[in-house]
Design a binder for this molecule. Structure first.
Ligand code: MG
Ligand code: MG
Length: 264
């Protein structure tokens, strides 16, 4: 069941997502070699709660065991998504995807950014650049009258043309009062396939792109998804609302990118 949102609901969705953007900016300010993903988690948890919201990832049940123990997912290098924060200091050349969810005034924010730790290799910069570009190409395809498959086609076409892998097992999603609503929004697809996009559709688009093979596996903790070939993976996510005839990005990388500077 797809719930289309009213303009009032879209404004609430925007507030929850702007808070995620501000949280990611706080994280951008602290990312450097020596910082741990537990440090990132602690800062995010405090910042979200200080702003009157609840971090939504904490306590999410797992089909494999324990509920998710932290307030953000921190996935380092070959970890694709759902990494559990820990005490290993980040090192120069690492990348870390921080996926952040908030619940504010009954609506969900959901956005992810992959940060570079210090100087990263040119190959990794290219992976980050192409993955982020593919997110915006997917968003551009989310027009009323287009189909969900047009989004996946745009993401897949761009990333595969650079020789990268597009993870199939994990997808974007509808978002609103629930963090995960219908429809599913795959990062692969055929033009003109899937549900027709209309005004009021609110979705999270989130390409998860691998430098090598798209094959993934789950680590022993029952949460962390990593690449099978142990090559790096990037993940960028925006929540968008389709209204007034075009996609409107609810979350924001603006502040993060100001802090990060021109990296690629
Ligand atoms: Mg997310
Ligand atoms: Mg999501």
């Amino acid at each position: 069941m797809v719930y289309l949102k009213t303009e009032e609901e879209i404004e609430l969705l925007r507030q929850a997502n702007l808070l995620v953007g501000r949280t990611l900016a706080e994280i951008a300010r602290m990312i450097r070699p020596g910082v741990t993903t537990n440090d990132i988690n602690k800062l995010a948890d405090t910042f979200i709660r200080d702003n009157g919201a609840v971090p939504t990832f904490k306590g999410v049940p797992s089909p494999y065991g324990e509920p998710f123990p932290a307030s953000v997912c921190c996935s380092v290098n070959d970890q694709v998504v759902h990494g559990i924060p820990n005490d290993r200091p980040l090192e120069e050349g690492d990348i870390v995807s921080v996926d952040c969810g908030t619940l504010l005034n009954g609506f969900n924010g959901d956005s992810c950014y992959t940060f570079a730790v210090g100087n990263v290799s040119d190959a990794v910069k290219q992976l980050l650049k192409v993955t982020k570009e593919s997110l915006y190409l997917g968003i551009k395809a989310a027009l009323p009258g287009h189909h969900i498959g047009d989004i996946g086609f745009a993401v897949q076409n761009h990333c595969e043309s650079h020789g990268y892998g597009v993870v199939r097992e994990l997808v974007g999603h509808g978002i609103g009062r629930e963090m995960h609503e219908d429809p599913m929004v795959p990062n692969y697809g055929k033009k003109g396939s899937g549900m027709k996009i209309t005004d009021g559709l609110c979705i999270a688009i989130e390409p998860m792109i691998t430098m090598g093979s798209r094959q993934i596996e789950i680590e022993a903790d029952g949460w962390t998804i990593k690449t099978s070939d142990s090559l790096p993976s990037a993940h960028f996510e925006h929540t968008i609302a389709v209204h007034n005839g075009c996609p409107d990005i609810m979350s924001s990388f603006e502040e993060v990118e100001q802090i990060e500077g021109k990296l690629y």
